[in-house]
Design a protein around this ligand. Structure first.
Ligand SMILES: NC(=O)c1ccc[n+]([C@@H]2O[C@H](COP(=O)([O-])OP(=O)(O)OC[C@H]3O[C@@H](n4cnc5c(N)ncnc54)[C@H](O)[C@@H]3O)[C@@H](O)[C@H]2O)c1
Length: 303
């Protein structure tokens, strides 16, 4: 999709970090931006920022893990700005820590937002992309979609799924005669948005800036690039995995400090509460608050 002027671009998680930067940069190309996020305050702040700068933007609160919320927003978007041309599945969460130290609710939230989210949102909006003369779907995966990431096992696997989803969807669209809809899977290493605060970045892999990454993503859409692996070392992961003996590849990942990068992760919200619909919460009597239970208790600010 060479020309982005007047294209309608919907971004999930567009209220903060990479999503907000993508909103700004697509707007600067003359696109109409539909900002969506779980956090309404962030939606309003991004829309205000864009409109004050003279761009065209609307915003909606949308929880990517809730099909009802997504369907409702899709109907509103069609009424207000029409069918979208570009969908960016960007919303994501991470809960770092040793697998057993992280409450299961957080692991489940990771899959709900990072893996089910792109499927739910794409299911709702793909007909829009197909009905237009050209369309594009960008799925923000991660370098962790191709490599082991201790202390973020469910995050990494949630992104492996996003990569598999992107590859399969692209081929399915092509087979079904919808080759005018491109799919790009984005696999960046760490980006300086706060989501991975405290991590020790791997050797030769400095923290990416949201600005530079957003720029690369826009170029990928223009060129209909299937994958964006960045920075350069990430491009070598598939080759290394495919050709090296497992023990050598493991040694290399250790030496590059990929394997240990998450040990110092200490990000705190701005990750919003991922709400569990009331109907799905079983009404059980409150458990007795023993000292052990208190230690294992789920942080109330998380799902
Ligand atoms: N930051 C990194 O180092 C990095 C690296 C690789 C990939 N990524 C991926 O890039 C994407 C953007 O990450 P970021 O660093 O900008 O994170 P961020 O935390 O700055 O922004 C994520 C946004 O998603 C929103 N969100 C969370 N749950 C949601 C839900 N259920 N529905 C709708 N919106 C929701 C949040 O409110 C937030 O505004 C994520 O998918 C992330 O996994 C990030």
């Amino acid at each position: 999709m060479r020309d982005l002027t007047a294209k309608r671009v919907l971004i999930t998680g567009g209220g903060h970090g990479l999503g907000r930067e993508l909103a700004l940069q697509f707007a600067m190309q003359g696109a109409t931006i539909i900002v969506t996020d779980l956090d309404l305050v962030r939606v309003e702040s991004t829309v205000e920022y864009l409109t004050n700068a003279g761009h065209t933007a609307v915003g909606y609160r949308m929880d990517v893990s809730d099909p009802v919320s997504v369907k409702a927003v899709r109907n509103q978007v069609r009424e207000s700005v029409g069918s979208i041309d570009i969908l960016i599945n960007n919303a994501g969460v991470v809960f770092g820590g040793a697998f057993m130290d992280v409450p299961i609710e957080k692991h489940m939230a990771t899959y709900r937002v990072n893996t089910l989210g792109p499927a739910i949102v794409t299911h709702a909006f793909l007909p829009d992309l197909v009905e237009n003369s050209e369309g594009h779907c960008v799925n923000i995966a991660s370098a962790a979609a191709m490599i082991a990431l201790p202390n973020a096992a469910t995050y990494a696997s949630s992104k492996w799924a996003v990569l598999g989803f992107s590859e399969s969807l692209r081929e399915e669209l092509r087979l079904n005669g919808h080759g005018h809809v491109g799919v790009t899977a984005v696999c960046p290493s760490y980006v300086g948005t706060g989501m991975f605060a405290g991590v020790c970045t791997p050797r030769f892999t400095p923290m990416l800036t949201p600005k530079k990454l957003a720029n690369q993503i826009i170029n990928s859409v223009r060129k209909n690039q299937e994958q964006l692996l960045t920075p350069w070392l990430v491009k070598l992961i598939p080759l290394g995995r495919g050709t090296m003996h497992r023990s050598l590849f493991r040694w290399l990942c250790n030496w590059l400090r990929v394997t240990t990068s998450m040990i110092t992760w200490n990000s705190k919200p701005p990750q919003p509460t991922v709400e569990v619909p009331a109907a799905r919460v079983p009404t059980l009597p409150p458990p007795k608050r023993t000292r052990k239970a208190a230690a294992m208790a789920v942080d109330e600010s998380y799902p």
